[in-house]
Design a protein around this ligand. Structure first.
Ligand code: PEP
Length: 251
C-alpha cells in the first residue's frame, strides 16, 4: 500500500522568526493527523533551527532540503553535501526542481547523478519531473516525463526508484495559480506509472507519485481522490501553517 506524502518546498523564503512561527503553527495544526507523511524543506540555513524545534516538540514532521551536491567534501565552493544534510536531520531531498533545471541549467543526466548519490548516502530523493507550457501544448507531456525518468532508470535500473518519491510538476502550474485539473493530473500520473510498470510492475505499484503545481486547500482533496496521486509537493501554500495543514489533512 502506498502512503501519501505531502511536502512543503519553502524555496528561498524565511527568517529565523518566520521559521519558528511556521514550524510551531504547523506542528500544532497537524496534531492528531494520521495516514499521511508530512515533510518540509526550508532553506538549508534554517535546518539547524528547524531540527531543534521539531525535536523539542517531538514532532512527526519530516525534515527535508531543496538541493544537494554530488560530493561529500572537497573543493566545491558553495555546495552542500548529503552528509551535512543528514547531520541536520534532513532525509527527503528535492532534486530536479524546474527552477534548478532552468536557472542552474541542471540536465536530466546531472539530476540522475544526484539521485544516485542521495541513495548511496541513505537519503530519499524527491525527483521532480514535468513539462513546460509549450511541451504541454505540443502534446509532449508524457514523453518529457518519460525522458526525465529514464535518465535514472537507464543508468541505475528501475529498482532505484524503490523508496524514492517522484513529484510530477507541470512547470506552467508552478506558482501560477493555473493548476492542472485533477482528471488531467491523474491521466499523466497513470501514464508515468505505466511507463515504470513496463520495466517493473512491482516498483510501479509501490512508488509514490506526488502532484505539484498550485495545490491549495481548495483543490487538494480532488487530487488526492485520484488513484495514482499520492500526495503533493507544495510551494506557495506551504508558507502558511493553516493552508499547508489543510492540504495534509485532505490527503
Ligand atoms: C513548487 O515549487 O514545487 C510548487 C509546486 O509551487 P506552488 O505550489 O507554489 O505552485
Amino acid at each position: 500500500m502506498r502512503h501519501p506524502v505531502v511536502m512543503g518546498n519553502w524555496k528561498l523564503n524565511g527568517s529565523k522568526e518566520m521559521v519558528s512561527g511556521l514550524i510551531k503553527g504547523l506542528d500544532a495544526a497537524l496534531n492528531g493527523v494520521e495516514g499521511v507523511d508530512v515533510a518540509i524543506a526550508p532553506p538549508v540555513m534554517f535546518l539547524d533551527l528547524a531540527q531543534q524545534l521539531l525535536s523539542k516538540a517531538d514532532s512527526k514532521i519530516i525534515l527535508g532540503a531543496q538541493n544537494v551536491d554530488l560530493h561529500n567534501s572537497g573543493a566545491f565552493t558553495g555546495d552542500i553535501s548529503p552528509e551535512m544534510l543528514k547531520e541536520f536531520g534532513a532525509s527527503h531531498i528535492i532534486i530536479g526542481h524546474s527552477e534548478r533545471r532552468e536557472y542552474h541549467h541542471e540536465s536530466d543526466a546531472f539530476v540522475a547523478e544526484k539521485f544516485a548519490f542521495l541513495k548511496e548516502n541513505g537519503l530519499t530523493p524527491v525527483l521532480c519531473i514535468g513539462e513546460s507550457e509549450a511541451q504541454n501544448e505540443a502534446g509532449e507531456t508524457v514523453a518529457v516525463c518519460a525522458r526525465q525518468l529514464d535518465a535514472v532508470i537507464n543508468t541505475q535500473g528501475v529498482e532505484a526508484l524503490n523508496g524514492a518519491i517522484i513529484a510530477y510538476e507541470p512547470i506552467w502550474a508552478i506558482g501560477t495559480g493555473k493548476a492542472a485539473t485533477a482528471d488531467d493530473a491523474q491521466r499523466i500520473h497513470a501514464a508515468i506509472r505505466a511507463h515504470i510498470a513496463a520495466k517493473s510492475e512491482d516498483v510501479a505499484k509501490n512508488v509514490v507519485i506526488q502532484y505539484g503545481g498550485s495545490v491549495k486547500p481548495e483543490n487538494a482533496a480532488a487530487y488526492f481522490a485520484q488513484p495514482d496521486i499520492d500526495g503533493a509537493l507544495v510551494g506557495g501554500a506551504a508558507l502558511d501553517a493553516e493552508s499547508f495543514a489543510a492540504i495534509a489533512k485532505a490527503a
